[in-house]
Design a protein around this ligand. Structure first.
Ligand code: APR
Length: 309
């Protein structure tokens, strides 16, 4: 357990994230900060009052004032607008870049040693904005995308195979968008390559549904985007950091030559522990996976170029 975890943005993703953090006893103080007056305060009070029932005694604080966030150990950034039907994550670019820029300045000033877990979309570009503005080393700016995309992929595979999702091992790399790269060559059911169990057409259908996993939910909700699985994914990363678990999870990390690429955030296998990003694993890829990862990097670089500092 650490002293303070801040969640910026008390909307659907942020509030659910804060609640999960409290329920998992990850911090003594969970601070939700948002520009909307009354929202973080009301939600924090409501969550605090679930403590006696859920059995946690973390203090949950809601505020519009970053002073409350000072000295945070971990900061999860979920501030920004969410997608509506027909929007891609890149459609959020200009608005969310401004928001993440302002949030990053506030966090840098008050929590210079924090580890940042970025959730706002378009994810890989928002990680870049946060890293540029804070100047934090890459160990302390990590993006949540691959854990969510992998969870979706595993859920759909389990459904297609009619097996427990617990026995599906997989990783989705690349950018958090249509170009994400599920590593089929490393996907197994308890060690059995999935290619022995599903034909190409069925696997392709799972991959397509994974790529559209977020959009499928937006289409149903109409007024916003997914938040149960995204918050669960962010908290899995926070827990790995806070409890120094050395989990190996697909996360957006700033590449410095890994996979032959540099100066961008892209989803790669990462070891997470108390120091944040502790290692990037470079694994062998098939020619198709390497090509797809390159395409995914191009799709991240394009919106990145639109951001001026
Ligand atoms: N500082 C702090 N909070 C802000 C700021 C800001 N500058 N600007 C907006 N917010 C807050 C809003 O007031 C709102 O409460 O961010 C919150 C966003 O909440 P929702 O609209 O419910 O959006 P949510 O579904 O939580 O998604 C947030 O996460 O998954 C991504 O694509 C998603 O970028 C989106 C983000």
């Amino acid at each position: 357990m650490v002293k303070t975890i801040t969640v910026v943005g008390a909307g659907n993703v942020g509030a659910t994230t804060a609640q999960r953090i409290a329920e998992k006893h990850l911090a003594q103080r969970v601070v939700m900060v948002d520009v909307a007056e009354g929202i973080p305060q009301g939600k924090a009070l409501d969550q605090l009052q679930s403590g006696p029932i859920e059995g946690f005694d973390s203090v949950v604080v809601g505020t519009n004032d970053y002073a409350e966030t000072a000295g945070s150990d971990v900061v999860v950034i979920t501030a920004g607008i969410a997608r509506k039907p027909g929007m891609s994550r890149d459609d959020l670019l200009a608005t969310n870049a401004g928001i993440v820029r302002q949030v990053s300045e506030e966090i840098k000033a008050r929590s210079p040693n924090a580890i940042l877990v970025i959730v706002s979309n378009p994810l890989d570009v928002m990680c870049y904005v946060a890293k540029k503005v804070t100047g934090f080393p890459r160990e302390r700016v990590i993006g949540m995308a691959g854990v969510l995309d992998t969870a979706r992929y595993r859920a759909f595979l389990a459904e297609a195979l009619d097996v427990s999702v617990r026995d599906i091992q997989a990783m989705v790399l690349g950018g958090h968008g249509d170009t994400m790269v599920p590593l089929i060559s490393y996907t197994t059911l308890s060690g059995i390559p999935v290619t022995q169990l599903l034909d190409k057409a069925k696997l392709d259908a799972v991959v397509t549904r994974t790529r559209n996993g977020g959009a499928e939910i937006v289409k149903h909700l109409k007024t916003g985007s997914a938040y149960y699985a995204p918050s669960a994914a962010a908290v899995e990363m926070v827990e790995a950091i806070v409890r120094d678990q050395k989990r190996v999870l697909p996360c957006a990390a700033w590449l410095e030559g890994e996979y032959g690429m540099r100066d961008l955030f892209l989803g790669v296998p990462c070891k997470l522990g108390r120091r944040g990003l502790e290692k990037i694993y470079e694994v062998e890829l098939t020619a198709a996976e390497r090509r797809d990862l390159g395409k995914s990097a191009d799709a991240v670089r394009e919106p990145m170029a639109a951001i001026k500092f």
